[in-house]
Design a binder for this molecule. Structure first.
Ligand code: NAD
Ligand code: IPM
Ligand code: MN
Length: 351
């Protein structure tokens, strides 16, 4: 019996996680689900954004499902010492699980082009996989401090870190259209120079069937929305991947449509890419689709249940057609949308 640890977190995290758990229970009734604390709420209760009891529960978990962490700009959590802030709990969790590759799919399902603010001919058929490096770069290690009127962070990568995430991107491309775009800032940054050199060398050594090209991050920020159809797999470092994936959420139409899978050597972590949305939390109107689709990614990548994942994805697409949430210009609240997904899961597949 697989054990799933859920970590609802802060803001809309508990709202979207509750929806995702309902769907998980329906599609995989045999799993055991254990809920634990993370983020600002965990700090308030236990004095730690990733409490020991949460770490212990993850030891024998088959997968973890995260909601969101963090508060509003004026939250008292934001003035805590950095290691006690909600976001540090999430970073520590990713590190602890060894999740170095974060898969962020950007898809416009057939018949859902109207949810995109892009022209339908640009949105139609978009299917991009952003592979974001998740345990390195400016987020982790290296010198970091703020001293009076001067502050430092250090962007650092090693060949081993670049290669392990690039392998995931090449592997994914092999199951898709065979194209990888590596995104960097090699015209300015030494770290990017190493990144580009190592990704190309790995391709030339082990993945000669893959078509690899290199693009600069500033240009990709434009092209990914101006002509998203040109991308298959994108691989990039931690911070660039964070920013580009929020930008790419414009293509399907909302951050609420962006799930993710964080994979590595051990337990996988499945999380919507959006934050705790303090502006709408507590109102019951958050779009739970990204969290529900993250359950789909968990079934596919964490539990090897591809058929169940397909059932979830199909039901979400149907619900988006029937009862879109407010972020997509619709009227459904979280409850109505989730109900529609659950109902759709019970209807037989067409075609
Ligand atoms: P955000 O992603 O929380 O919100 C950005 C905008 O998108 C808001 O207008 C919000 O209402 C909307 N939005 C996001 N998810 C939505 C959903 N599911 N349905 C409907 N609308 C949705 O980003 P932010 O406001 O910059 O950050 C808020 C907090 O979240 C901060 O504390 C930040 O550190 C944290 N954060 C956490 C995660 C995470 O837990 N993985 C990710 C990003 C940001
Ligand atoms: C994300 C978030 C996190 C990140 C924060 C909350 C630490 O923005 O998951 O995209 O920057 O990785
Ligand atoms: Mn982000």
């Amino acid at each position: 019996m697989p054990k799933i640890v859920t970590l609802p977190g802060d803001g809309i995290g508990p709202e979207v996680t509750a929806a995702a758990v309902e769907v998980l229970r329906e599609v995989a009734p045999d799993v055991t689900i254990e809920e634990h604390a993370i983020g600002g709420g965990a700090y308030d209760t236990y004095g730690d954004p990733l409490p020991q009891r949460t770490r212990d529960a993850l030891e024998d978990a088959d997968a973890a499902l995260l909601g969101t962490v963090g508060g509003a700009h004026n939250s008292p959590w934001n003035t805590l010492p950095r290691h006690l802030r909600p976001e540090s709990g999430l970073l520590a969790l990713r590190k602890m699980l060894g999740c170095y590759a974060n898969l962020r799919p950007v898809r416009v399902q057939p018949g859902l082009e109207h949810l995109s603010p892009l022209k339908p001919e640009l949105a139609r058929g978009v299917d991009i996989l952003i592979v974001r490096e998740l345990l390195g770069g400016i987020y982790f290690d290296g010198d970091r401090k703020i001293e009076g009127d001067t502050a430092y962070n250090t962007m650092r990568y090693t060949t081993a870190e670049v290669e392990r995430v690039a392998k995931v991107a090449f592997w994914a491309a092999e199951q898709r259209k065979g194209r990888v775009t590596s995104v960097d800032k090699a015209n300015v940054l030494e770290v990017s120079e190493l990144w580009r050199r190592d990704v190309q060398a790995l391709r030339d050594r082990e993945y000669r069937s893959i078509h690899l090209n290199h693009e600069y991050v500033d240009s990709v920020a434009m092209l990914i929305v101006a002509n998203p159809g040109r991308y298959d797999v994108i691989v990039t470092e931690n911070l660039f991947g964070d920013i580009l994936s929020d930008l790419a959420a414009v293509i399907p139409g909302s951050l609420g449509l962006m799930p993710s899978a964080s994979l590595g050597d051990g337990t996988g972590l499945f999380e919507p890419i959006h934050g705790s949305a303090p502006d709408i939390s507590g109102q019951g109107i958050a779009n739970p689709a990204a969290a529900i689709m993250s359950v789909g990614m968990m079934l596919r990548h964490g539990l090897q249940r591809g058929d169940a994942a397909n059932v979830v994805d199909r039901a979400v697409a149907l619900a988006l057609r029937e009862h879109p949430t407010r972020d997509l210009g619709g009227r459904a609240d979280t409850r109505t949308f989730t109900r529609t997904v659950l109902d759709a899961m019970g209807t037989p597949a067409v075609g």
